[in-house]
Design a binder for this molecule. Structure first.
Ligand code: MN
Length: 232
């Protein structure tokens, strides 16, 4: 048996200080997981259940550490926003994973950006349409090298920040998350069977904003390094 067209390549993320790769199956993203960002998006930061959307796995842009990578400004938007997020990569899957066991499923963590065509997302919200045009653009998920939990531990506090041309726009602490990583995994696994290769964007703090061509984004998370992208 053979495929009738060339098989698509498996999307993969770099591993820090290694030439190995992490193969990606699905990309889940949690919305409004920092109180101040929930407020700036017009929401209520009380602890109502988290909500999720997805990006296609091939919308990830693997970003090697220690270098500035070109990030193409996508079509059909005039309001392209950065959202700095900690990315969680799963080594093990399952259904109905208990919170207390959830972190045992994590391979590692990375610095990521949930790049968003905010104008298209806002329009979708108004028209009660799905979010893909806003959230699933090609290369809309830059992710830096994954740091294995065996090295990084399970970061529950530490600074998460994003700067545009050196000016800090987003700065918060991982401990400001409304839903912890363990709670996100447990919650998701009640709705989907999670599997090795699944990736979770764990939400962004407040301060999101637009970028234009020529600007350089620097995203950093304490203990996980930084990524730098030039919007082109
Ligand atoms: Mn986000």
């Amino acid at each position: 048996m053979a495929y009738v067209i060339p098989a698509p390549t498996v999307p993969a993320l770099p591993i820090a200080d290694s030439s190995d790769l992490f193969p990606v199956r699905r990309v889940y993203c949690v919305g409004r997981n920092y109180a101040a960002h929930a407020r700036e998006m017009g929401g209520d930061p009380t602890r109502e259940p988290p909500f999720f959307f997805m990006k296609p796995a091939d919308a990830l842009q693997p970003v090697p550490g220690g270098t500035v990578v070109d990030h193409p400004y996508p079509p059909k938007t005039a309001n392209y926003h950065f959202e700095i997020e900690m990315v969680v990569a799963l080594a093990k899957g399952g259904r109905d994973i208990p919170v207390e066991k959830a972190l045992d499923h994590v391979y590692g963590y990375a610095v990521g950006l949930d790049m968003t065509r905010r104008d298209l997302q806002d329009e979708a919200k108004q028209l009660r349409r799905p979010w893909e045009l806003g959230k699933a653009a090609d290369l809309s998920g830059p992710v830096g090298p994954l740091v294995p939990a065996s090295r990084a531990g399970h970061p529950a506090k530490g600074t998460i920040s994003l700067a545009v041309d050196g000016t800090v726009k987003q700065k918060a602490d991982l401990s400001d998350m409304i839903w912890s990583v363990a709670e996100q995994i447990a919650y998701l696994s009640a709705y989907f069977e999670l599997a090795p290769g699944d990736v979770i964007f764990s939400g962004t703090p407040d301060g999101v904003g637009a970028v234009t061509k020529g600007q350089t984004l620097t995203g950093a998370i304490e203990g996980l390094g930084e990524i730098r992208l030039k919007v082109v």
